[in-house]
Design a binder for this molecule. Structure first.
Ligand code: NAD
Length: 487
């Protein structure tokens, strides 16, 4: 059921002009299930040229018309959810229910951006003289080069595409080589909905070769990247060298703090429900657990109970609760984190090993009494491992939460408004979830601070990132234009 994948350039589905491909794997079996074509430099140039040409047309399509096309794309994605979800699970590994949920969320994101595209208002600033009128208008920034990751193959890609197209920009997206088929089918929804040729191009290849070509390319005006901090820093530097605007949505290491006044069982259940989603390969996943010493043991007991009873298996099976990791690199990373934590004195409360079989499976793992020096307390795990540490006081836990260079998501649990209000002010993160794990919706800004990047996707802030500001200062020189000798 896996099918031939393709690039989409200037309105045509095609293979790379140099015939280069790489393998696509099913992470649940480790088997090769298909090939992904690589775009050559000539293909990339065609994509850039097409997006520059299409921009001159798409930017002038009224928001009223754009919304119809984009809404149709969202509807098509919903109609095709079953087929695309199966492709995504085959190539990425997540359970089918999660793939469906991701696609439905992506469709909502398209709807929201489409509608918000009608509200890209400017303003009038009173002049300093009575014959002066000052208009501030918003214009689409131009053709965008976007790079999206494999953990949420469609929703991460669609955040970029929907924001760009809804504001009148065109976009060339390098989607993940690990998951080309689901990305291709999501792009097909836009094509079938009537997005004009060239306004949306899809490419795959060697990531660094593509970014080195697209970011400096003449005609590209903005860069949007979601991925790791080291790669983000490189791409941001390249964008800066070429004076291109950019949005960087990078990794984090979310401090997750439970104070002593909460029910530890409820917090354990709330966190377990989100922690193992996508096998923990989520940039806002709760990743460093600081549990107040007074509730620590009860929390660990319930959390371990849930983690150890999760059904891990092929995402295509209806009863699977957690699938494999997306690639063998992640399994190797998990092994390193656990060995290192144990070496630093942590105890494995459950899991701590790869699972038998040919797929990339790693057991849901809980580590307790993990010292701050362990690698897992300093590097984003991006997998199903939960390191837990105890804390005593508010000041101590704030210092520990803020000590890393990351600042994406954070989670806090307390019944005291005084505590959560103080934490809201003190925590260094782009997003804080209090007494729950709700951080992602199309209408709210999603993004980090510090090394976790800059700019937002979602919310009006996400739309802003695709717009430039123009001031028009008009001086009325008296009389009608025709009386002044104008046309
Ligand atoms: P990686 O750093 O090699 O790749 C991360 C992503 O960036 C991939 O999608 C890859 O295709 C892309 N990429 C890599 N080099 C690039 C380049 N020079 N130009 C353009 N794109 C490039 O790491 P990985 O092993 O694939 O993933 C592991 C790490 O990546 C995780 O630890 C996590 O921090 C990060 N990651 C973050 C997110 C996120 O949602 N923020 C998503 C995926 C991966």
């Amino acid at each position: 059921m896996y099918h031939q994948t393709a690039l989409y350039i200037d309105g045509e589905w095609c293979q790379g002009s140099e015939g280069i491909t790489s393998d696509v794997f099913n992470p649940a079996t480790g088997e090769v299930i298909g090939q992904v074509p690589h775009a050559s430099r000539a293909d990339l140039q065609r994509a850039v040229d097409a997006s520059v040409r299409a921009f001159e047309q798409w930017r002038h399509v009224t928001p009223h018309e754009r919304v119809k096309v984009l809404r149709k794309a969202g509807d098509l994605l919903r109609e095709r959810v079953e087929g695309i979800a199966r492709l995504m699970t085959l190539e990425q590994g997540k359970p089918l229910a999660e793939s469906r949920g991701e696609l439905l969320f992506a469709a909502e994101h398209i709807d929201w951006c489409a509608d918000e595209g009608r509200r890209l208002y400017g303003r009038i600033v009173p002049g300093r003289a009575s014959n002066v009128r000052q208009l501030v208008i918003r214009e689409p920034v131009g053709p965008v080069a976007a790079f999206s990751p494999w953990n949420f193959p469609v929703s991460q890609m669609i955040r970029k595409i929907a924001g760009a197209l809804a504001t009148g920009c065109t976009v060339t997206i390098k989607a993940p080589e690990e998951t080309p088929a689901s990305c291709m089918e999501a792009v097909r929804c836009f094509a079938d909905a009537g997005v004009p040729r060239g306004a949306l191009n899809l490419v795959f290849g060697v990531p660094s070769e593509i970014s080195n070509f697209l970011i400096p390319a003449q005609g590209i005006r903005k860069v949007s990247f979601t991925g790791s901090v080291p790669v983000g820093k490189k791409l941001a530097a390249l964008a800066a060298e070429n004076m291109k605007r950019c949005t960087m949505e990078l990794g984090g290491h979310a401090p997750t703090i439970a104070f002593g006044d909460v029910d530890p069982t409820w917090v354990a259940e709330t966190l377990a429900a989100v922690k193992f989603r996508n096998a923990g390969q989520t940039c806002i996943s709760p990743t460093r657990f600081y549990i107040h010493e007074s509730i620590h043991d009860a929390f660990v007991e319930r959390f371990v109970e849930i983690a150890s009873s999760l059904r891990v298996g092929d995402g295509m099976s209806a009863d699977t609760q957690m699938g494999p990791l997306a690639n063998p690199r992640r399994v190797a990373a998990m092994e390193h984190f656990v060995d290192d934590a144990v070496h630093h004195g942590a105890r494995v409360a459950t899991g701590g090993k790869r699972l038998a079989g040919s797929g990339y499976f790693y057991a849901p793992t809980v580590l307790v009494d993990v010292p701050e020096e362990a690698a897992i307390m300093n590097e984003e795990p991006f997998g199903p491992i939960v390191p837990i540490a105890r804390f005593k006081s508010f000041e101590e836990v704030v210092a520990r939460a803020n000590r890393l260079p990351f600042g994406l998501a954070a989670y806090a649990f307390s019944r005291s408004l005084e505590t959560t209000a103080a934490l809201s002010e003190r925590i260094e993160a782009g997003m804080l979830s209090v007494n729950g794990a709700l951080l992602t919706s199309p209408e709210t800004p999603f993004g980090g601070i510090k090394d976790s990047g800059f700019g937002s996707e979602g919310g009006i802030e996400g739309m802003e990132s695709y717009l430039t500001t123009k001031l028009i200062s008009e001086i009325r020189v008296g009389g009608r234009v025709s009386e002044l000798g104008g046309a």
